[in-house]
Design a protein around this ligand. Structure first.
Ligand SMILES: [Zn+2]
Length: 579
């Protein structure tokens, strides 16, 4: 009896395997799915399985909707209901760089296998974006010159030629807005964004960027360091995918050490960290054969699902603690620097870096000798120190004219109130004293950095309908890091407020001469200050025009709004009527 029962099970298994829906990748191991094949594959699975549902979010830049596959053992497909039933939410993103399609192909097989073996963990809801940069996926070619397969693949840029993995704050693409809608509707505790990488040669197929630990809320970070990462590394090793931290070499080769990758908020996992979600960017090594890379990503996601299932209650609780923390947190780091004095050692499996004569130039060139593998301790610098932090105000006031900012706040679930009537409010305002700007556009922007501010306490006129954002919210990190101009990825850095950098009115020098003389005559204190300035600044003494400009800027005629950052900081309680 027993033997025949076993035989029956084997036959059922063989039958299921033979009938399993095959992905284009599985047909020869060298092809990645086209967009049409991808959509057809998931639609077919959807017809067969009640534990899967396809959601459609927003348009993307190319006009097609962004799909989200949700897998739920109990067929709960509502994020609020899922949360009530204590389910942990894992979100997986694929094809942000469609030329790195491992995640696209691996996810197709993984979704099918989870459904067909009925093995979705009961306490985990799995969301998968099958392809994020649809635009790039449709633009197929061979644009990654060093990559070892597949036969052809999508392009990194989207329809606007944007790198979507720099677009999570500025949100120039519709793809980004649709993603943020997904992220804020489902609020995942854990997030994976699948990638492939180049750089040095070494023995690993899989490397990993996890949310930089110092940038993450400490409750989440403690769990990540003490449990999640050690378990992931050991489980991957047991699956024959020994992993290394992402190989961000200090010098040309990894021997001199590597640094942790500081993925600020413009990046997917940096954005996730603003929302207290633990993020991972597994990076396959693109010099390794494509089937191995797909398998590596498959195993990584599989182990992550197991881990999230095992620790679901703890992960949910940790996020609740982190969310409560951030609502009450007073100081927020805005910039980070690498601590180059502290490091840990990592047993690294590399290939010896050597020199030989180039057949192209006849000059020495670098190569990694795969015949000389080595294993040695290398230094890993993964400690970042906050180099700029800010105390949050009680609230920010955003004039309604800055609609782009308001839209993004809303998209990110920020609670806002509106001024009931025109009001004069005493608050802190910033003046932009200095900043640096890149010389060439970066991702469609002239990014600012090294912003210097002067703070003034002023009475500012706001209007009915302007927005008040209190800083007692779960979304505090998003609010502070985007609205504080000194944030690495602040809206100011990404040029949202550039119009305040221009002066609207000016003086005509020969006309203003007489007026300026009168001003100085009436205001001896100003005259004294001008004389003081002249003692410090010889250029001022030499330049009649500079002296006129100084008087103009110190007079009542000079516009207060020039270089004034328009978002005010309410730092003392005030009576303001709100809707
Ligand atoms: Zn990538």
């Amino acid at each position: 009896m027993k033997r025949s029962f076993c035989l029956l099970l084997i036959l059922i298994h063989v039958f299921l395997t033979l009938n399993a829906q095959k992905s284009p990748f599985e047909k020869n191991g060298e092809s990645t799915a086209t967009y049409e094949e991808l959509i057809d594959f998931y639609q077919l699975l959807d017809k067969k399985h009640a534990q899967m549902k396809i959601f459609e979010y927003g348009p993307t830049d190319i006009g097609k909707v962004l799909s989200l596959i949700v897998l739920s053992r109990d067929q709960i497909f509502d994020p609020i209901e899922a949360r009530k039933q204590n389910k942990c939410i894992l979100l997986i993103n694929n094809g942000i760089h469609p030329g790195e399609p491992e995640g696209i192909d691996a996810s197709m097989m993984l979704v099918r296998d989870l459904l067909e073996s009925n093995s979705i963990p009961k306490n985990v809801l799995i969301g998968i974006i099958p392809i994020y940069n649809i635009d790039g996926m449709l633009n197929r070619g061979l644009s990654r010159v060093n990559q070892n397969g597949p036969e052809s693949y999508g392009f990194r840029g989207n329809y606007q030629n944007l790198d979507l993995n720099r677009d999570f704050i500025k949100s120039d693409s519709k793809n980004s807005k649709a993603f943020q809608r997904i992220f804020n509707a489902w609020k995942p505790e854990v997030f994976i964004d699948n990638h492939a990488s180049n750089g040095a040669d070494y023995q690993y197929v899989m490397t990993l960027i996890s949310t930089q630990k110092d940038k993450l809320n400490s409750t989440l970070s403690d769990y990540l360091k003490s449990r999640m990462l050690p378990d992931l590394y050991s489980r991957m090793k047991a699956s024959n995918f020994d992993m290394s931290p992402y190989v961000n070499s200090i010098k040309e080769t990894p021997d001199a050490g590597i640094t942790g990758f500081l993925e600020t908020a413009r990046y997917s996992t940096g954005y996730a960290a603003l929302h207290n979600s633990i993020g991972f960017m597994p990076e396959t090594h693109m010099l390794k054969p494509y089937p191995q890379r797909v398998d590596g990503i498959y195993k990584f996601m599989e182990h992550m699902i197991e881990l999230v299932g095992r620790d679901a209650n703890l992960i949910i609780k940790n996020k609740q603690i982190a969310d409560a923390d951030v609502s009450e947190q007073s100081f927020f780091p805005l910039q980070w620097t690498l601590d180059d004095r502290n490091f840990s050692l990592f047993r690294f499996k590399g290939y010896e870096a050597r020199q030989k004569i180039s057949e192209v130039s006849g000059l020495p060139r670098l190569f990694y000798d795969r015949n000389i593998p080595y294993e040695k301790d290398i230094r890993v610098f993964d400690n970042y120190l906050p180099s700029k932090a800010i105390k949050k105000p009680l609230a920010y006031i955003i004039p309604q004219s800055w609609q782009r900012v308001i839209d993004l706040m809303e998209l990110n679930g920020v609670e806002m109130k509106r001024l009931a009537k025109d009001s004069e409010v005493e608050l802190e305002v910033y003046y932009i004293e200095d900043y640096k700007t890149v010389g060439k556009p970066f991702e469609g922007h002239y990014l600012h950095s090294q912003v210097k501010l002067r703070t003034e306490y002023q009475k500012v006129k706001y209007h009915a309908g302007d927005f008040m954002v209190f800083t007692d919210q779960v979304r505090n990190r998003y609010i502070v890091e985007t609205l504080e101009p000194q944030g690495v990825d602040s809206f100011f850095a990404w040029n949202f407020f550039d119009s305040v950098l221009g002066q609207k009115e000016h003086f005509s020098d020969y006309v203003f001469e007489d007026e300026a003389a009168l001003i100085l005559k009436k205001d001896p204190e100003m005259r004294a200050r001008l004389e003081d300035e002249k003692k410090k600044n010889s250029a001022l003494v030499q330049s009649p025009n500079q002296q006129l400009d100084w008087i103009y800027r110190n007079s009542k005629h000079y516009e207060k709004t020039h270089l004034r950052y328009p978002v005010g900081r309410l730092v003392r309680p005030a009576k303001i009527e709100l809707n």
